[in-house]
Design a protein around this ligand. Structure first.
Ligand code: NAP
Length: 249
């Protein structure tokens, strides 16, 4: 079986940490993102550490780009058997101020992007009779003020996960979702900036509400992805794991 993984949104944040972790787990990793510099740097760092990686520029919401990128991964690294649908954006606004563009772009990247990537990658996984798809949901799936678009996308990803788990199970492919709480990345830093608070104060305030007393780090999520991508996780499928430092309602 080929040990090839694709991580979307891998130029920074959670995706970059997941790519590094899968590389250290022995996967050849394709880092996909909108920015050339980020994926090339990430791939070069993995290669410098003795791993195998390539960086590809792709907009996950574009069918042709997705099809071409997944085919290129298969050609350069071998058939992909792990896919981490991590690329994401926020366009927060209260409903009455949310534009058509805010809605369409968020649904487009998270939901359409995960659909296009999964459809393109499943071909290789079902041929190999082994595969792992991991989708990044969020605690916002349970509802979050100012995130009607994002929470709908993240809740949608949970239904998508369960349906793919049902369809692909007989081919040895598991599909699971991780729903992180507060993770310190540029995404949460941008939220702090929008709210007019320093990122340090924002993180400290969030930590007081989290049972384990700290915010999450990208590596916390990478650790869980590593489990879902492992050989031994084959009987766990269609699950949503909240990684939020405490229970969620
Ligand atoms: P991040 O730092 O903003 O990184 C997201 C990456 O995705 C960026 O490099 C971004 O590229 C890329 N991206 C955006 N649109 C794309 C597209 N159409 N095609 C390809 N790549 C695209 O975010 P993060 O915090 O690491 O979040 C990663 C995932 O975890 C997201 O799905 C997010 O919703 C989810 N999540 C995060 C948190 C959190 O607290 N951070 C909590 C729950 C869930 P550009 O920079 O060029 O836009």
């Amino acid at each position: 079986m080929s040990k090839v993984a694709i991580v979307t949104g891998a130029a920074r944040g959670i995706g970059a940490a997941v790519a590094r972790r899968l590389a250290s787990d022995g996967f050849a990793v394709a880092l996909l993102d909108l920015q050339d510099a980020g994926v090339k740097e990430g791939a070069a760092a993995i290669t410098a550490d003795g791993g195998k990686a390539i960086g590809l520029v792709v907009d996950v919401s574009d069918t042709e780009q997705v099809e071409a990128a997944v085919a290129k991964v298969a050609e350069e690294l071998g058939p992909p058997v792990v896919l981490v649908n991590n690329a994401g954006i926020t366009r927060d606004n209260l409903l009455f101020k949310m534009t058509d563009g805010d809605w369409d772009s968020v649904i487009g990247v998270h939901l359409r992007g995960s659909f296009l990537m999964s459809r393109a990658a499943q071909k290789y996984m079902t041929q190999q009779k082994w595969g792992r798809i991991v989708n990044l949901s969020s605690t916002s799936a349970l509802g979050n003020r100012g995130q009607a678009n994002y929470s709908a996308a993240k809740a949608g990803l949970q239904g998508f996960t369960k349906t793919l788990a049902i369809e692909l199970g007989k081919f040895g492919v598991t599909v699971n979702a991780i729903a992180p709480g507060f993770i310190a990345t540029e995404m949460t830093a941008a939220t702090a900036e929008r709210l007019g608070v320093s990122f340090e104060d924002f993180k400290a305030g969030a930590a007081t509400q989290i049972p384990v007393g700290r915010v999450g780090e990208p590596e916390d999520i990478a650790h869980l992805v590593s489990f879902f991508a492992s050989e031994g996780s084959g009987f766990v499928s269609g699950q949503v794991v909240y990684a939020a430092g405490g229970p969620q309602d």
